[in-house]
Structure formats: structure tokens, C-alpha cells
Design a protein around this ligand. Structure first.
Ligand SMILES: [Zn+2]
Length: 278
């Protein structure tokens, strides 16, 4: 009895499907000649999606070819922003030989010579990502599961000024945070004022002074920044649910973002991925 019921239901489904296809073909395709508009291919950049070439028609269908023979689904042409893929690794300038391409993004490696992890310059040729100072958030995810007690990682977002035709690091303010693993979880510290000493002991000690904690070993982090007409920078750094805010005044005009850098670490294996800008 049970088997019979199942068979009856399956047969009904197949019929409905067959009818649906037939109706579609009769009503639309025969009466309509596609008038195709070409959409040019656009390369993906670090933060922005690109697309492959495709064609649209007023009837709401999309095609991969200029004759309308090969229909494709909406958004099938999207090429993901490089920073949201494992290829983000290729967009980083790796200052040591220990950082590697991970399954999600870039696995930061400790090089005892340099102690610095990878950095990406926003625009490899001129090292600049134009910015008008309006509130912008650069975010990414960190997998911290490789860290053991007293291991730390420090991240840094830097800004450009312009001298003649050249973009240069302002070297006045950089946004930075440090995360250290403790016996109970993680502590996070805003390093905007004390900065980074590039001494493992003092940097770890500075991070451990913080009373801001979180538990998750996989977290979203972000740098939010805005600069007004008087060159006042206001920022918020968010790690997990911990938000750290502050401000500083530049003596120069800031024209863009320069780099995102894993400035310092004392243990390899932290993976950074899914870089976004909004
Ligand atoms: Zn059409």
C-alpha cells in the first residue's frame, strides 16, 4: 500500500513538470525574437566584483552568446572580488617566505628574520586606493585557531598622502589592533596610540593589558574610518563584538588607503580571508 502511494505521487510530479516546459516554449519563444544588448566583461578587483561578457534581452532572459542560443541564469556572470577568494593571497606582497595560500585566504607565517606577515597594497602600481574621506569600512575574517597561550597577531591599515605624482604613507596615523590568546580565550587591544614596537615581549605585554575579551576563534574584524575637512580622522575598530573608537588629526591631506598589513605576529597559522570594503 505504501509503495503504491509513493508511485502515484512521483507520476503526478513528472506530468506537472512536462506540462510546465511545454507551456513555456509555446507562449514565449516562438512569438518573440530576442533583441540582445551586450554587457562588456569587467575584471574583478581586490574589493569589487567583476563580470564575464553577457547579453540581455527585454524579455528578461540572459545569454552568454550574441545570437541568444545559450541562455544563462541571472548573476552567473559574476566574478567574485579577489579579496573574497583564496586568490587574495596573490594580491598580497609577502615579506617573508612563511606565509602561504590557504583554503579560505592567506595563512600568515612567522619569519624569525622579519617577524612581519603579509601586506596588500591597494593598487600594486601606485600603492593607493582613492578615498574621499567619507565613512568607509574595510573588513575581513580571521581564523585564530592556530594560536596558543601568549601567541599574538597585529593588523594595521595605513593611509596615503600625495607628493607630486607619488603616493606616500602619511606615517602619521595607522589603525592597528592586536589580538593575543590567553588561558581563557582572547584579548584584543587598540594599538592606535601606543603603536607597535616590533618587540615580541613589549607588544604582547601591551595587548595583555587590555580588558577587552572574546571567546570565538573565528571572528569578523573591521576598520571603519572617516576624515573631515579639517583632517580629523575618526575611527572604530571592531573585533568580534568588541568595538574600539578614537580619533587623531593629520597635518597632511589624506588621499587614499595604502595597505592592509599583518604587521607583526609571534606564531604562524592565523588565516585572513573574505576582505571587503563598504
Ligand atoms: Zn528576448
Amino acid at each position: 500500500m505504501k509503495k503504491l502511494v509513493t508511485f502515484a505521487l512521483s507520476a503526478a510530479c513528472v506530468c506537472a513538470l512536462a506540462l510546465g516546459i511545454a507551456a513555456c516554449g509555446d507562449d514565449n519563444d516562438d512569438a518573440h525574437t530576442h533583441k540582445l544588448m551586450k554587457v562588456d566583461a569587467v575584471s574583478a578587483t581586490f574589493f569589487e566584483n567583476g563580470n564575464s561578457e553577457y547579453y540581455t534581452c527585454d524579455c528578461g532572459k540572459y545569454f552568454s552568446d550574441s545570437e541568444g542560443k545559450n541562455e544563462i541564469q541571472k548573476d552567473s556572470w559574476v566574478i567574485a572580488a579577489i579579496g573574497t577568494t583564496a586568490d587574495a593571497f596573490d594580491a598580497f606582497t609577502v615579506y617573508n617566505s612563511k606565509s602561504t595560500k590557504g583554503t579560505k585566504g592567506i595563512v600568515c607565517g612567522l619569519d624569525t628574520g622579519a617577524n612581519a606577515g603579509p601586506a596588500t597594497y591597494f593598487g600594486e602600481a601606485d600603492k593607493n586606493l582613492d578615498w574621499d574621506g567619507s565613512k568607509t569600512t574595510i573588513g575581513f575574517s580571521l581564523d585564530l585557531s592556530a594560536l596558543e597561550e601568549n601567541d599574538f597577531t597585529i593588523w594595521d591599515l595605513s593611509f596615503n598622502k600625495k607628493e607630486g605624482d607619488e603616493y606616500k604613507n602619511t606615517a602619521e596615523y595607522e589603525l592597528r589592533f592586536g589580538i593575543a590568546k590567553t588561558a581563557n580565550g582572547f584579548v584584543v587591544c587598540d594599538l592606535f596610540v601606543p603603536g607597535v614596537t616590533f618587540n615580541a615581549e613589549t607588544d604582547l605585554a601591551e595587548i595583555l593589558k587590555s580588558d577587552k575579551t572574546f571567546d570565538e576563534s573565528t571572528v569578523s574584524v573591521s576598520f571603519e574610518a572617516a576624515i573631515d575637512d579639517d583632517n580629523v580622522l575618526t575611527y572604530a575598530i571592531t573585533v568580534a563584538d568588541v568595538k574600539m573608537e578614537g580619533e587623531g588629526t593629520f597635518t597632511c591631506d589624506v588621499v587614499g588607503f595604502r595597505s592592509l598589513w599583518n604587521a607583526y605576529l609571534n606564531k604562524d597559522g592565523v588565516e585572513a580571508y573574505n576582505f571587503t570594503k563598504v
